[in-house]
Design a protein. Sequence first.
Length: 402
Amino acid sequence: MAFDRSLRRAACVLLTAALLVPAWGGLARQVRAAAQSEIDALKAEQAESQVRQEELKEQLADVKEDQAAAQQKRQLLQQQLEAINAELDSINAQISYYDGEIARKEAERREAEAKEQAQYERFCERVRAMEEGTVSYWSILFNAEDFSDLLDRLADVDAVMDYDNQVMEELTAARQELERLQAELESARAEEQAAREQQEAKRAEQQAKVAQAQKLLDQINADVAEVNRQLDAENAEWAAIGADIARKQNNVQLPPTGDGWLWPLPASNLKLTSAFGYRMHPVDHVPNSHTGIDVAASTGVPIYAARGGQVIMSEYGAGANWSYGNFVVIDHGDGTTTLYAHMSSRAVSEGELVSQGQTIGAVGDTGNTSGPHLHYEVRRNGQRTDPEAYYPNLPFIRAYNW
C-alpha cells in the first residue's frame, strides 16, 4: 500500500504549484495526472481489498455453517449424555437396592446358620443318646411289662422316631435354606458388580462424548475467530486506503457537480421495476437487500451522469462485482457517488472528469439480469441510500409489489 516517498513529495510540489496557477493549464493537468495515478493505484488496491473481504465473508459464512452443524451435533451429544445420566441414576438405584438385598440376605443367612447349628446339636444329642443306650428303641420295648404296655411303648417309640425324623428333616431343610440364601447372595453380589462395571463404562462414555463435543466447538470457534480477525484486518486496511484516497481526492480539481440531481435516463424512462431495499431477486429468486433501484429501458438508451465528478470505476464486473456487468461509478467530490450498472457499453474511462448530463454509457443487460434495464445506486459517505429520495418531484411508475 505504501508508495515511493519521492513520488509523494513530487506530487505535493506539483499540487502546490498548480494552486498558484490561476488557469487550468498544462501544469494543472500534469498535477492532476500525477495525483490521479496515485489515486487509481490506491483504488485498485482498495478493490482488491473488497474482493478479499467478500472472500472472507463467504469463508465466514461457511465456517458459521460448520459452527451451526457443530452446535447441532453438540445438542445431540448433550441429549445422549442426558440419557446416559438417566441410565446412571437407574444403575445407582439398582446398586442401592442390591446393597439392601445383600444386607437382608446376610441377616437371613446368619439366622439360618444359627437355626442349622441348633438342629445339628439336637441331632447330635439323639445320636449320643442312642450310642450310650440310655434312650434306645430296643430298651424301651424290652422293658414292657405286658402286651398292653408294649403297645404303649411302641407308640412312644413311634413318637421318638417321629421326633428324630423331624430333627433330621429340619436339619436338612435348614442346610438347604442356607445354601439357597448363599446362592442368592452370590447372585446379588454378581449383579451388583456387573452394574458397577456398567456404571463405570457409561461414565467413561459420558466423559469421552463431553470431550469430543468440547473439542469440536473449540475448533469451530477458533476458526470463526480467525476469519473474523482477518476480516477485521481487511476492513481496517480498506478503511485506511479509503482515507488515503479521500485525502488525495481533495487535491484533484473536479468540475462543477451541476444544479441538483439529474435523472440519469431520458424523461420518458420513469418505470421502476425494483425498489431500494428488501426484495425477492428476479433471477435466482432468493431474498436479498436491493442496493439501488432498477429502471426499465431498452438496450442502447443513453445513460447520463446524474451530477458532475470524476469516474473512479469503469469496468466489467468481476469477483464481488460480477453481477453488475458493465458498470461506471462517479465520485461527485462531496461524499456522494453514483453507480450505473448492466450497461451495454461504457463511454467514459476511470480517472476521467465528467460534467452533469454527459453521456457515460448505454442501457444493456450485462451481468446478472433478467432483461435490459439500468441499475442505479447512490451512496453517501460509503452508505447506500434510496435513489428515489433524490428525485421527489418525478412521477415514477412503480411496477413492483413491495
